[in-house]
Design a protein around this ligand. Structure first.
Ligand code: AQP
Length: 347
């Protein structure tokens, strides 16, 4: 058995194209989750590929979650998916813990991945911080479960934000090592799909930090459920610099906060950063911020309104998740069975 497989270039031609991605119900959805992930999820649903979107509740408990809040966040995320345009008839929507094969394949992969590989994961370093010794074992081994989430469906395409790129590379390394060690071509090497003008939305308080659901400061992020006044207030107070906006992308270099706000503007308008700067270059923040607020409210308010309506009927959300889980299980079961056969389990 090799200690470190060298991941070959992906040849997924033997696999039908299939999209998988997920979001943790570890708090309310942010604008980062929307622009980096959900917006892509909807586009891929409309591309005609088979799409499977998960609420990764097993990942959420790698840090402490109040049980009642976790249940609410899971339903709210389901509502967010649907409000943003996912259709439970076209895409499979479900929560991870209802399909036990994720945890089972996760175990197999934790025996394939090497500790040295996990030691290199920057997200663990960021999240565990100085309290590394006190972090849960799950937070450290999280990427092996993520690999299982994706490979359990033989997914070939994974839409994610920039911050997940390293975990996707690890998923490919795990798939390649499994294939190599057992002499099979069983798992595809999934491709990350990191697209759009805002693949890494930054905190509104610090342009060098990622916008995150679990940031202690609510002013650092725009939540998908924020009302118009709150969105406007957060953008008004967002950290900036004293200069006017440049007309060329090169002029955003070294101006993290300006770059972030322009990228958000571009992503919400479905245009490139270059095009956005053609529209807003030369403006002062006092003029640009109200434009950005208006745009954010126009795009996000209908989603928040629809989420609120959907949250009135938690039973229906649970039904959708249960139905999605049954469909997910039907795809996952033969792939897990075959994996266990390959590994040599008597069954
Ligand atoms: N700031 C962001 N910009 C672009 N994409 C982002 N994503 C998250 N934050 C940004 C993308 O959203 C998807 C789901 O992420 P997740 O919830 O599974 O975990 P995360 O990346 O750790 O997100 P958070 O908001 O920072 O959660 P917490 O605070 O609980 O850790 C992924 O595709 C991610 O790239």
């Amino acid at each position: 058995m090799s200690e470190a497989a060298t991941t070959p270039a992906a040849d997924n031609s033997a696999f039908s194209p299939r999209v998988f991605s997920g979001i943790q119900p570890s708090g309310g959805l942010t604008l980062g989750n929307y622009l980096g992930a959900i917006k892509r999820f909807v586009e891929m649903q409309e591309s005609g590929m088979e799409t499977i979107y998960c609420i990764v509740d097993l990942h959420a408990i790698t840090v402490w979650q109040e049980p009642e809040k976790l249940r609410r966040a899971t339903r709210e995320l389901c509502a967010g998916y649907i409000a943003a345009g996912l259709d439970p008839e076209k895409s499979i929507l479900f929560n991870q813990s209802q399909v036990s094969a994720h945890a089972e394949l996760g175990w197999v992969f934790s025996c394939v991945a090497r500790i040295g590989w996990l030691n290199r994961m920057t997200q663990f370093k960021d999240k565990a911080g100085k309290n590394r010794e006190k972090a849960s074992v799950g937070l450290f081994s999280y990427p092996t479960l993520m690999a299982a989430d994706i490979l359990l469906y033989h997914a070939t395409h994974v839409p994610v934000g920039e911050d997940q790129k390293q975990h996707l590379e690890l998923t490919r390394d795990i798939a390649a090592k499994f294939n190599h060690d057992y002499g099979v071509d069983f798992f595809p090497l999934p491709e990350p799909v990191i697209e759009g003008a805002a693949t890494r939305v930054m905190s509104l308080r610090d342009g060098t930090k990622k916008m995150s659901k679990s940031d202690p400061s609510d002013m650092s992020r725009i939540n998908m459920t924020d009302d118009a006044d709150t969105i406007a207030k957060k953008i008004r107070k967002a950290k900036t610099d004293p200069d006017a906006l440049p007309s060329e992308v090169a002029g955003l270099e070294g101006r993290a906060e300006a770059k972030n706000l322009v990228s958000i503007y571009a992503a919400l308008s479905d245009i490139s950063v270059e095009e956005a700067l053609r529209q807003v270059g030369g403006k002062q923040f006092s003029e640009f911020k109200p434009m950005l607020s208006e745009l954010a409210v126009e795009k996000l308010s209908p989603i928040a309104g629809r989420m609120e309506e959907l949250m009135q009927d938690p039973g229906e959300l649970d039904r959708i998740l249960g139905d999605g889980a049954a469909r997910a299980r039907a795809i996952a079961a033969p792939i897990l069975d075959r994996t266990l056969d390959i590994v040599g389990m008597v069954r």
